[in-house]
Design a protein. Structure first.
Length: 356
């Protein structure tokens, strides 16, 4: 997620998925193409107001997503209402969903704060016959037409691979997200498993920070006091962890630029402009670009398709993603999320380089 302070109830998730074509008529088994053969269904005409519920707006990532929503809604022919911010409160998010339903929306695009708690809101929508598309976080239960998300397991693996290839041996710490969330669990477990399998000379330390910037700063300060020989850091959400991490290192005289003696290698997740600037300055080494623009685009595409009664099947798409079926039976379109380093940080195709 895109560094602002996030309250302890924050259940934000950070992730990705894919789009499908508007004129679909027949489903092909095991095909997730967004062209004419990728979807089927008979339903409504896809018109009506669509509610958009955000998890928070204290992160640059979600601020960017919020900016993309009206543009992508217009491009996809979706009549989106003004976004609603749940302020990191899962209970408030259920209230927000209920309020949107009471206003007569015909579809909902929701970025869940809590994979379990969101079920109550999804049940409310199902009772009213309103389709829902989940963005960034997959619900544990409940009915959604599609989850638009990136592969969060790959986030942890990419961070592990980068640090493992640049640190011969020593201690690395992962500043984790909320372990009650699927995003936090996926990133943490993947990083841990990858290090154990591929880089046994690295010792993994962990900070459970719940997507909270103040918690990350406090616990990192304590950890550095006990481990001044730390070699690497994996931040699971640059939007909330970048600023406090860099400030904590700076306050201890430990913020050394890449290439200088004592540099602590840092890999982040999000792909926000602030991370790109930090890479250019040599303050951090890499980040995984979570596609805020594509989250908005395909969130809008899928809700329109759902309002038209279309359904999809697992398989590769025509936009470099794959639709997978989760253990819960929910479909998830996993959008690409590339690793960004000094070698490609200026790529104009990265959304973080297009934000004004």
């Amino acid at each position: 997620m895109p560094g602002s302070t996030v309250r302890k109830r924050n259940r934000s998730r950070i992730v990705g998925t894919v789009a499908l074509a508007a004129g679909a008529a027949l489903v092909l088994a095991a095909c997730g193409s967004t062209k004419d053969t990728g979807a089927s269904g008979a339903g409504g005409d896809g018109t009506g107001k669509v509610g958009v519920v955000l998890p928070l707006l204290t992160s640059p990532f979600w601020q960017s997503y919020n900016d993309y929503v009206p543009r992508m809604a217009k491009a996809e022919g979706v009549d989106a209402m003004k976004t609603v911010n749940s302020n990191s409160d899962p209970s408030q998010q259920i209230t927000d969903i209920n309020n949107q339903l009471n206003q007569g929306v015909k579809g909902l695009v929701v970025a869940p704060l809590d994979s379990a708690a969101i079920e109550a809101g999804l049940d409310q929508a199902e009772r009213k016959g309103v389709p829902v598309v989940a963005v960034d976080v997959a619900p544990d239960k409940g009915k959604v037409a599609m989850v638009v998300r990136a592969n969060n397991v790959a986030y942890g693996e990419k961070a592990c691979q980068y640090l493992g290839e640049h640190i011969i041996s020593g201690k690395v710490v992962q500043i984790m997200g909320d372990l009650a969330s699927v995003n936090g669990r996926d990133r943490s477990e993947a990083f841990r498993a990858c290090v154990k399998k591929n880089f046994p000379k690295l010792k993994v330390l962990e900070i459970p920070a719940k997507w909270e910037s103040d918690t990350a700063a406090s616990k990192l300060d304590t950890l550095l006091n006990a481990n001044p020989d730390l070699k690497g850091i994996y931040m699971q959400a640059g939007g909330v962890y970048l600023a406090p991490t860099l400030q904590t290192l700076k306050s201890k005289g430990m913020l050394k630029k890449a290439g200088q003696p004592g540099h602590i290698a840092i890999v982040s997740n999000d792909g926000i402009p602030q991370e790109f600037d930090a890479i250019r300055k040599g303050e951090i080494d890499a980040t995984v670009s979570q596609p805020a623009d594509a989250y908005a685009k395909y969130g809008m595409y899928y809700i329109k398709a759902a309002m038209e009664g279309k359904t999809f099947e697992p398989g590769p798409t025509d936009h470099d993603s794959t639709i997978v079926k989760l253990p819960s039976g929910i479909l998830e379109d996993q959008l690409p999320a590339p690793l960004v380093t000094k070698d490609n940080v200026d790529d104009p195709k990265l959304w973080g380089n297009t934000v004004k």
